[in-house]
Design a protein around this ligand. Structure first.
Ligand code: JFZ
Length: 445
Protein backbone atom coordinates (compact mmCIF):
# COMPACT_ATOMS: atom_id res chain seq x y z
CA UNK A 1 0.00 0.00 0.00
CA UNK A 2 2.69 2.40 1.12
CA UNK A 3 4.75 1.40 -1.87
CA UNK A 4 1.78 2.07 -4.16
CA UNK A 5 1.35 5.52 -2.72
CA UNK A 6 4.99 6.30 -3.31
CA UNK A 7 4.70 5.03 -6.87
CA UNK A 8 1.65 7.12 -7.61
CA UNK A 9 3.29 10.27 -6.29
CA UNK A 10 6.30 9.58 -8.53
CA UNK A 11 3.93 9.13 -11.46
CA UNK A 12 2.25 12.45 -10.64
CA UNK A 13 5.61 14.22 -10.46
CA UNK A 14 6.66 12.66 -13.77
CA UNK A 15 3.40 13.72 -15.39
CA UNK A 16 3.90 17.23 -14.09
CA UNK A 17 7.45 17.34 -15.40
CA UNK A 18 6.24 16.09 -18.75
CA UNK A 19 3.67 18.85 -19.08
CA UNK A 20 6.18 21.40 -17.92
CA UNK A 21 8.78 20.26 -20.42
CA UNK A 22 6.27 20.08 -23.26
CA UNK A 23 5.36 23.69 -22.57
CA UNK A 24 8.92 24.88 -22.50
CA UNK A 25 9.58 22.97 -25.74
CA UNK A 26 7.11 25.13 -27.61
CA UNK A 27 10.03 27.15 -28.88
CA UNK A 28 10.60 26.25 -32.52
CA UNK A 29 13.30 23.95 -33.75
CA UNK A 30 16.15 26.11 -35.06
CA UNK A 31 15.84 27.12 -38.69
CA UNK A 32 19.27 25.67 -39.54
CA UNK A 33 18.02 22.22 -38.54
CA UNK A 34 14.60 22.47 -40.18
CA UNK A 35 16.00 23.87 -43.39
CA UNK A 36 19.10 21.65 -43.65
CA UNK A 37 17.62 19.46 -46.41
CA UNK A 38 16.35 22.54 -48.24
CA UNK A 39 19.81 24.12 -48.24
CA UNK A 40 21.23 20.96 -49.83
CA UNK A 41 18.40 20.30 -52.31
CA UNK A 42 19.24 22.87 -55.06
CA UNK A 43 16.48 21.85 -57.46
CA UNK A 44 12.73 21.66 -56.95
CA UNK A 45 9.82 21.32 -59.37
CA UNK A 46 6.83 23.64 -59.03
CA UNK A 47 3.49 22.49 -60.44
CA UNK A 48 0.72 24.89 -61.43
CA UNK A 49 -2.28 22.73 -62.19
CA UNK A 50 -5.76 24.12 -62.23
CA UNK A 51 -8.86 24.85 -64.30
CA UNK A 52 -7.06 27.72 -66.05
CA UNK A 53 -5.33 25.03 -68.14
CA UNK A 54 -8.65 24.30 -69.88
CA UNK A 55 -8.70 27.54 -71.89
CA UNK A 56 -4.96 27.94 -71.52
CA UNK A 57 -5.24 31.36 -69.88
CA UNK A 58 -3.57 33.15 -66.97
CA UNK A 59 -4.13 31.36 -63.67
CA UNK A 60 -6.79 33.31 -61.72
CA UNK A 61 -5.45 36.67 -62.91
CA UNK A 62 -7.38 36.39 -66.19
CA UNK A 63 -10.71 37.04 -64.44
CA UNK A 64 -9.26 39.30 -61.76
CA UNK A 65 -7.87 41.52 -64.52
CA UNK A 66 -11.15 41.30 -66.48
CA UNK A 67 -9.69 39.51 -69.52
CA UNK A 68 -12.53 37.04 -69.14
CA UNK A 69 -15.76 37.27 -67.15
CA UNK A 70 -15.96 35.34 -63.90
CA UNK A 71 -18.78 33.01 -65.13
CA UNK A 72 -16.81 32.23 -68.28
CA UNK A 73 -13.67 31.57 -66.24
CA UNK A 74 -15.61 29.17 -64.05
CA UNK A 75 -16.95 27.30 -67.09
CA UNK A 76 -13.47 25.82 -67.29
CA UNK A 77 -14.49 23.59 -64.36
CA UNK A 78 -16.38 21.49 -66.92
CA UNK A 79 -13.26 20.81 -68.93
CA UNK A 80 -10.97 19.80 -66.10
CA UNK A 81 -11.00 16.03 -66.55
CA UNK A 82 -7.72 14.72 -65.09
CA UNK A 83 -8.49 11.65 -67.25
CA UNK A 84 -4.85 10.86 -67.88
CA UNK A 85 -3.57 11.93 -64.46
CA UNK A 86 -0.78 9.61 -63.43
CA UNK A 87 0.91 10.91 -60.27
CA UNK A 88 3.33 7.97 -60.22
CA UNK A 89 4.53 8.95 -63.66
CA UNK A 90 4.81 12.58 -62.55
CA UNK A 91 6.86 11.54 -59.52
CA UNK A 92 9.19 9.45 -61.70
CA UNK A 93 9.74 12.34 -64.09
CA UNK A 94 10.35 14.78 -61.25
CA UNK A 95 12.92 12.44 -59.75
CA UNK A 96 14.51 11.96 -63.17
CA UNK A 97 15.05 15.71 -63.49
CA UNK A 98 17.25 15.60 -60.42
CA UNK A 99 14.85 17.60 -58.26
CA UNK A 100 14.80 16.79 -54.55
CA UNK A 101 11.45 18.40 -53.85
CA UNK A 102 8.25 19.43 -55.54
CA UNK A 103 5.46 21.87 -54.75
CA UNK A 104 1.94 21.57 -56.13
CA UNK A 105 -0.84 24.17 -56.24
CA UNK A 106 -3.54 22.86 -53.90
CA UNK A 107 -5.53 26.06 -54.41
CA UNK A 108 -4.74 29.10 -56.52
CA UNK A 109 -6.28 32.58 -56.15
CA UNK A 110 -9.40 31.34 -58.01
CA UNK A 111 -10.33 29.30 -54.95
CA UNK A 112 -10.63 25.92 -56.71
CA UNK A 113 -9.30 23.33 -54.27
CA UNK A 114 -7.68 20.23 -55.76
CA UNK A 115 -8.52 18.11 -52.73
CA UNK A 116 -11.75 16.99 -51.10
CA UNK A 117 -12.16 19.95 -48.79
CA UNK A 118 -15.04 20.16 -46.37
CA UNK A 119 -14.72 23.93 -46.31
CA UNK A 120 -16.48 25.68 -49.14
CA UNK A 121 -17.81 23.88 -52.16
CA UNK A 122 -15.33 24.84 -54.81
CA UNK A 123 -13.19 21.79 -55.45
CA UNK A 124 -12.26 19.31 -58.14
CA UNK A 125 -14.22 16.51 -56.48
CA UNK A 126 -17.63 18.17 -56.58
CA UNK A 127 -17.32 20.52 -59.52
CA UNK A 128 -15.17 19.00 -62.24
CA UNK A 129 -15.42 15.86 -64.36
CA UNK A 130 -12.17 14.79 -62.63
CA UNK A 131 -14.42 14.01 -59.60
CA UNK A 132 -11.28 13.32 -57.61
CA UNK A 133 -9.04 14.45 -54.83
CA UNK A 134 -5.85 15.02 -56.82
CA UNK A 135 -3.56 15.85 -53.93
CA UNK A 136 -3.65 12.61 -51.90
CA UNK A 137 -2.25 10.36 -54.66
CA UNK A 138 0.35 12.99 -55.58
CA UNK A 139 1.68 13.30 -52.03
CA UNK A 140 1.78 9.53 -51.76
CA UNK A 141 3.68 9.03 -55.03
CA UNK A 142 6.23 11.72 -54.14
CA UNK A 143 6.82 10.41 -50.62
CA UNK A 144 7.29 6.93 -52.02
CA UNK A 145 10.27 8.19 -53.99
CA UNK A 146 11.69 9.85 -50.89
CA UNK A 147 11.38 13.29 -52.35
CA UNK A 148 10.14 16.19 -50.24
CA UNK A 149 6.67 17.47 -50.96
CA UNK A 150 5.32 20.98 -50.58
CA UNK A 151 1.82 22.39 -50.83
CA UNK A 152 1.14 25.74 -52.49
CA UNK A 153 -1.83 27.53 -50.96
CA UNK A 154 -3.23 30.93 -51.86
CA UNK A 155 -4.23 32.79 -48.72
CA UNK A 156 -6.47 35.08 -50.71
CA UNK A 157 -9.49 33.55 -52.41
CA UNK A 158 -11.15 35.76 -55.01
CA UNK A 159 -14.08 33.32 -55.32
CA UNK A 160 -15.07 33.25 -51.68
CA UNK A 161 -18.18 35.29 -50.87
CA UNK A 162 -16.65 36.43 -47.57
CA UNK A 163 -13.38 37.58 -49.11
CA UNK A 164 -13.30 41.37 -49.70
CA UNK A 165 -11.66 41.42 -53.15
CA UNK A 166 -13.27 39.93 -56.23
CA UNK A 167 -11.70 41.57 -59.30
CA UNK A 168 -9.46 44.53 -59.93
CA UNK A 169 -12.55 46.68 -60.38
CA UNK A 170 -15.05 45.02 -58.01
CA UNK A 171 -14.77 44.72 -54.26
CA UNK A 172 -17.33 42.83 -52.20
CA UNK A 173 -16.79 45.05 -49.17
CA UNK A 174 -14.09 47.11 -47.53
CA UNK A 175 -14.66 46.58 -43.81
CA UNK A 176 -16.87 43.85 -42.42
CA UNK A 177 -15.52 42.14 -39.31
CA UNK A 178 -18.11 39.40 -39.39
CA UNK A 179 -17.37 38.42 -42.98
CA UNK A 180 -13.65 38.60 -42.40
CA UNK A 181 -13.96 36.45 -39.30
CA UNK A 182 -15.88 33.87 -41.30
CA UNK A 183 -13.26 33.93 -44.07
CA UNK A 184 -10.47 33.44 -41.52
CA UNK A 185 -12.28 30.40 -40.13
CA UNK A 186 -12.54 29.02 -43.66
CA UNK A 187 -8.81 29.54 -44.27
CA UNK A 188 -7.86 27.88 -41.00
CA UNK A 189 -10.25 25.03 -41.81
CA UNK A 190 -8.58 24.38 -45.16
CA UNK A 191 -5.10 24.78 -43.74
CA UNK A 192 -5.86 22.29 -40.99
CA UNK A 193 -6.96 19.86 -43.70
CA UNK A 194 -3.68 20.41 -45.54
CA UNK A 195 -1.72 19.52 -42.41
CA UNK A 196 -3.21 16.00 -42.66
CA UNK A 197 -1.21 15.46 -45.83
CA UNK A 198 1.81 16.01 -43.59
CA UNK A 199 3.79 17.93 -46.21
CA UNK A 200 7.45 18.85 -45.72
CA UNK A 201 6.79 22.42 -46.72
CA UNK A 202 4.12 25.04 -47.31
CA UNK A 203 4.35 27.55 -50.11
CA UNK A 204 2.03 30.48 -49.43
CA UNK A 205 0.97 32.99 -51.99
CA UNK A 206 -1.29 36.03 -52.20
CA UNK A 207 -0.26 37.40 -48.81
CA UNK A 208 0.15 40.92 -50.24
CA UNK A 209 -3.57 41.73 -50.06
CA UNK A 210 -3.80 41.68 -46.25
CA UNK A 211 -1.58 42.32 -43.23
CA UNK A 212 0.03 39.66 -41.04
CA UNK A 213 -2.48 40.58 -38.34
CA UNK A 214 -5.47 40.06 -40.62
CA UNK A 215 -4.25 36.73 -41.97
CA UNK A 216 -3.32 35.71 -38.42
CA UNK A 217 0.04 34.81 -39.92
CA UNK A 218 1.61 34.00 -36.59
CA UNK A 219 -1.23 31.65 -35.70
CA UNK A 220 -0.95 30.01 -39.13
CA UNK A 221 2.74 29.42 -38.56
CA UNK A 222 2.06 28.00 -35.10
CA UNK A 223 -0.65 25.72 -36.45
CA UNK A 224 1.58 24.27 -39.17
CA UNK A 225 4.61 23.81 -36.94
CA UNK A 226 2.57 22.30 -34.14
CA UNK A 227 1.41 19.61 -36.58
CA UNK A 228 4.90 19.05 -37.94
CA UNK A 229 7.80 20.73 -36.13
CA UNK A 230 10.04 20.01 -39.13
CA UNK A 231 7.84 21.75 -41.70
CA UNK A 232 9.24 24.74 -43.54
CA UNK A 233 7.41 27.79 -44.85
CA UNK A 234 8.25 30.11 -47.76
CA UNK A 235 8.44 33.85 -47.29
CA UNK A 236 5.00 34.85 -48.53
CA UNK A 237 3.39 34.89 -45.12
CA UNK A 238 3.85 38.56 -44.25
CA UNK A 239 7.10 38.09 -42.38
CA UNK A 240 6.33 34.71 -40.81
CA UNK A 241 8.12 32.52 -43.37
CA UNK A 242 11.50 30.82 -43.29
CA UNK A 243 13.20 31.64 -46.55
CA UNK A 244 13.26 34.17 -49.36
CA UNK A 245 11.57 33.66 -52.74
CA UNK A 246 12.81 35.94 -55.47
CA UNK A 247 10.48 35.42 -58.44
CA UNK A 248 11.41 35.02 -62.11
CA UNK A 249 14.44 37.30 -62.01
CA UNK A 250 17.73 35.49 -61.42
CA UNK A 251 19.50 37.45 -58.66
CA UNK A 252 22.47 39.47 -59.85
CA UNK A 253 24.38 39.37 -56.60
CA UNK A 254 24.17 36.82 -53.83
CA UNK A 255 20.94 37.29 -51.80
CA UNK A 256 21.52 38.23 -48.18
CA UNK A 257 19.28 35.45 -46.90
CA UNK A 258 21.11 32.13 -46.30
CA UNK A 259 18.03 30.24 -47.42
CA UNK A 260 16.49 31.19 -50.73
CA UNK A 261 14.82 29.76 -53.78
CA UNK A 262 14.23 31.29 -57.19
CA UNK A 263 10.89 30.26 -58.64
CA UNK A 264 10.80 30.38 -62.40
CA UNK A 265 8.64 29.35 -65.34
CA UNK A 266 9.95 27.32 -68.29
CA UNK A 267 8.21 29.62 -70.78
CA UNK A 268 6.42 32.78 -69.63
CA UNK A 269 3.41 31.16 -67.96
CA UNK A 270 2.82 29.41 -64.64
CA UNK A 271 -0.15 27.44 -65.92
CA UNK A 272 -0.58 25.49 -69.18
CA UNK A 273 -0.78 27.92 -72.08
CA UNK A 274 -0.21 26.13 -75.40
CA UNK A 275 0.06 29.50 -77.10
CA UNK A 276 3.14 30.41 -75.11
CA UNK A 277 6.06 28.94 -77.03
CA UNK A 278 8.72 31.09 -75.40
CA UNK A 279 10.48 28.20 -73.68
CA UNK A 280 13.94 28.68 -72.25
CA UNK A 281 16.35 26.14 -73.70
CA UNK A 282 17.72 23.22 -71.66
CA UNK A 283 21.11 24.88 -71.84
CA UNK A 284 19.74 28.16 -70.48
CA UNK A 285 17.93 26.41 -67.65
CA UNK A 286 21.03 24.42 -66.66
CA UNK A 287 23.02 27.66 -66.59
CA UNK A 288 20.34 29.33 -64.44
CA UNK A 289 20.47 26.37 -62.05
CA UNK A 290 24.26 26.72 -61.87
CA UNK A 291 23.85 30.46 -61.26
CA UNK A 292 21.58 29.71 -58.26
CA UNK A 293 23.94 27.02 -56.94
CA UNK A 294 26.90 29.41 -57.18
CA UNK A 295 25.01 31.86 -54.95
CA UNK A 296 23.97 29.18 -52.45
CA UNK A 297 20.30 29.02 -53.47
CA UNK A 298 17.76 26.69 -55.05
CA UNK A 299 15.89 26.78 -58.35
CA UNK A 300 12.18 25.96 -58.22
CA UNK A 301 11.29 25.28 -61.85
CA UNK A 302 7.65 25.29 -62.87
CA UNK A 303 5.78 22.77 -64.98
CA UNK A 304 2.21 23.21 -66.15
CA UNK A 305 0.17 20.06 -66.80
CA UNK A 306 -2.75 19.99 -69.23
CA UNK A 307 -6.34 19.66 -67.90
CA UNK A 308 -6.24 15.91 -68.54
CA UNK A 309 -3.11 15.58 -66.41
CA UNK A 310 -0.52 15.04 -69.13
CA UNK A 311 2.67 17.06 -69.00
CA UNK A 312 3.36 18.93 -72.26
CA UNK A 313 6.07 17.43 -74.45
CA UNK A 314 8.30 20.53 -74.33
CA UNK A 315 8.31 20.36 -70.53
CA UNK A 316 9.06 16.64 -70.42
CA UNK A 317 12.01 17.28 -72.74
CA UNK A 318 13.35 20.01 -70.45
CA UNK A 319 13.02 17.82 -67.35
CA UNK A 320 14.87 14.98 -69.10
CA UNK A 321 17.56 17.32 -70.42
CA UNK A 322 18.09 18.68 -66.93
CA UNK A 323 18.15 15.11 -65.64
CA UNK A 324 21.00 14.18 -67.97
CA UNK A 325 23.11 17.01 -66.58
CA UNK A 326 22.16 16.68 -62.88
CA UNK A 327 22.79 12.93 -62.88
CA UNK A 328 26.25 13.34 -64.34
CA UNK A 329 27.18 16.18 -62.00
CA UNK A 330 25.41 15.25 -58.77
CA UNK A 331 28.53 15.60 -56.58
CA UNK A 332 28.85 19.23 -57.71
CA UNK A 333 25.19 20.06 -57.07
CA UNK A 334 23.62 18.60 -53.93
CA UNK A 335 24.91 19.77 -50.59
CA UNK A 336 27.21 22.38 -52.11
CA UNK A 337 27.63 25.89 -50.77
CA UNK A 338 28.03 29.25 -52.53
CA UNK A 339 31.29 29.68 -54.42
CA UNK A 340 34.14 32.15 -54.32
CA UNK A 341 34.04 35.81 -55.45
CA UNK A 342 34.08 36.33 -59.21
CA UNK A 343 37.49 38.08 -59.09
CA UNK A 344 39.09 34.68 -58.53
CA UNK A 345 37.48 32.82 -61.42
CA UNK A 346 35.78 34.16 -64.48
CA UNK A 347 32.65 32.04 -64.12
CA UNK A 348 30.36 30.26 -61.69
CA UNK A 349 31.84 28.35 -58.75
CA UNK A 350 30.64 26.46 -55.69
CA UNK A 351 32.27 24.80 -52.70
CA UNK A 352 31.77 21.43 -51.08
CA UNK A 353 30.17 21.64 -47.62
CA UNK A 354 33.57 21.18 -45.95
CA UNK A 355 35.08 23.85 -48.26
CA UNK A 356 37.89 21.61 -49.49
CA UNK A 357 36.62 21.11 -53.04
CA UNK A 358 36.16 24.06 -55.35
CA UNK A 359 33.82 23.38 -58.27
CA UNK A 360 34.24 25.39 -61.45
CA UNK A 361 31.32 25.48 -63.88
CA UNK A 362 32.47 26.15 -67.41
CA UNK A 363 29.56 27.26 -69.59
CA UNK A 364 31.56 28.26 -72.64
CA UNK A 365 34.36 26.96 -74.84
CA UNK A 366 37.61 28.15 -73.28
CA UNK A 367 40.14 29.67 -75.57
CA UNK A 368 43.12 28.36 -73.60
CA UNK A 369 43.59 27.09 -70.04
CA UNK A 370 41.18 28.06 -67.23
CA UNK A 371 42.54 30.52 -64.69
CA UNK A 372 42.11 30.74 -60.91
CA UNK A 373 43.62 33.79 -59.22
CA UNK A 374 44.49 34.43 -55.60
CA UNK A 375 44.14 30.87 -54.32
CA UNK A 376 46.45 30.36 -51.36
CA UNK A 377 45.87 26.61 -51.05
CA UNK A 378 48.04 23.99 -52.64
CA UNK A 379 46.05 21.86 -55.07
CA UNK A 380 45.93 18.13 -54.43
CA UNK A 381 44.09 16.99 -57.53
CA UNK A 382 41.87 18.28 -60.31
CA UNK A 383 39.34 16.22 -62.26
CA UNK A 384 36.37 16.52 -64.57
CA UNK A 385 33.14 15.78 -62.68
CA UNK A 386 31.07 12.96 -64.11
CA UNK A 387 33.95 11.89 -66.29
CA UNK A 388 36.86 11.41 -63.89
CA UNK A 389 39.59 12.59 -66.23
CA UNK A 390 42.47 14.03 -64.23
CA UNK A 391 43.53 17.47 -65.40
CA UNK A 392 46.99 18.98 -65.21
CA UNK A 393 47.63 22.43 -63.84
CA UNK A 394 50.48 24.88 -63.60
CA UNK A 395 51.14 27.76 -61.23
CA UNK A 396 52.71 30.69 -63.00
CA UNK A 397 54.22 33.95 -61.75
CA UNK A 398 54.59 33.14 -58.07
CA UNK A 399 57.34 35.26 -56.49
CA UNK A 400 59.08 33.81 -53.43
CA UNK A 401 59.14 37.24 -51.75
CA UNK A 402 55.46 38.00 -52.26
CA UNK A 403 52.42 36.63 -50.48
CA UNK A 404 50.33 37.02 -53.64
CA UNK A 405 49.55 33.54 -54.95
CA UNK A 406 50.56 32.72 -58.50
CA UNK A 407 48.20 32.27 -61.41
CA UNK A 408 46.79 28.77 -61.48
CA UNK A 409 46.18 27.50 -65.00
CA UNK A 410 44.18 24.35 -65.73
CA UNK A 411 44.15 22.64 -69.11
CA UNK A 412 40.70 21.59 -70.25
CA UNK A 413 40.83 19.40 -73.35
CA UNK A 414 37.91 19.68 -75.74
CA UNK A 415 37.06 15.97 -75.59
CA UNK A 416 36.14 16.05 -71.86
CA UNK A 417 33.81 19.04 -72.19
CA UNK A 418 30.09 18.69 -71.53
CA UNK A 419 27.70 19.94 -74.20
CA UNK A 420 25.99 22.20 -71.67
CA UNK A 421 28.19 23.02 -68.67
CA UNK A 422 31.48 21.27 -67.86
CA UNK A 423 32.26 20.95 -64.16
CA UNK A 424 35.81 20.82 -62.81
CA UNK A 425 36.55 19.72 -59.24
CA UNK A 426 39.62 21.22 -57.61
CA UNK A 427 40.58 19.34 -54.47
CA UNK A 428 42.43 21.71 -52.16
CA UNK A 429 44.83 21.05 -49.35
CA UNK A 430 42.66 22.22 -46.46
CA UNK A 431 39.72 24.61 -46.58
CA UNK A 432 39.63 27.17 -49.34
CA UNK A 433 41.83 30.12 -48.49
CA UNK A 434 41.76 33.19 -50.72
CA UNK A 435 44.11 36.12 -51.00
CA UNK A 436 41.83 39.14 -50.61
CA UNK A 437 44.20 41.88 -49.52
CA UNK A 438 45.32 44.80 -51.59
CA UNK A 439 48.53 43.96 -53.42
CA UNK A 440 51.38 46.04 -52.03
CA UNK A 441 54.63 46.99 -53.65
CA UNK A 442 57.62 44.74 -52.96
CA UNK A 443 57.41 43.42 -49.38
CA UNK A 444 60.99 42.21 -49.16
CA UNK A 445 63.64 41.21 -51.61
C1 JFZ B 1 2.11 34.66 -57.63
C2 JFZ B 1 0.82 34.28 -58.29
O1 JFZ B 1 -0.02 35.38 -58.33
C3 JFZ B 1 1.09 33.71 -59.66
O2 JFZ B 1 -0.10 33.38 -60.31
C4 JFZ B 1 1.97 32.48 -59.51
O3 JFZ B 1 1.26 31.47 -58.80
C5 JFZ B 1 3.25 32.87 -58.81
C6 JFZ B 1 4.11 31.69 -58.48
O4 JFZ B 1 3.00 33.56 -57.59
O5 JFZ B 1 2.60 35.79 -58.26
C7 JFZ B 1 3.48 36.60 -57.64
C8 JFZ B 1 3.73 36.55 -56.33
C9 JFZ B 1 4.72 37.35 -55.77
C10 JFZ B 1 5.43 38.19 -56.57
C11 JFZ B 1 5.16 38.27 -57.90
C12 JFZ B 1 4.17 37.47 -58.45
N1 JFZ B 1 6.46 38.96 -56.03
O6 JFZ B 1 6.77 38.85 -54.84
O7 JFZ B 1 7.12 39.70 -56.77
Amino acid sequence: MKYNKKLSSIVIILLFLNVFCANSQQAEKPKEKRLAWFKDAKLGIFIHWGIYAVNGIDESWSFYNNYISYPDYMKQLNGFTAHNYNPKKWAKLIEESGAKYTIITTKHHDGVALWNTKFGKLNTVQHTPAKKDLITPFVKAIKKRNLKVGLYYSLLDWSHSDYPNFTRTKKRYTEDDKKWESFTKFNFGQLTELTSFNPDMYWFDGDWEQSAKKWKAKEIRNLLLSRNPNAIINSRLQGYGDYATPEQGVPISKPSSIFWELCMTMNNSWGYQPNDKKYKSINQIIRILVDCISMGGNLLLDIAPKPDGTIPQEQVAILKGLGRWTKKHKEAIYGTRAGIPKEHFNGYTALSKDKTILYLYVDNKPNGPLLIKGLKNKVNRIWVVGNGTKLSHKVVGKQYWSSVPGLLYIDLPEKVQDKDVTVIAVLLRGKVDLFREEVKAIESN
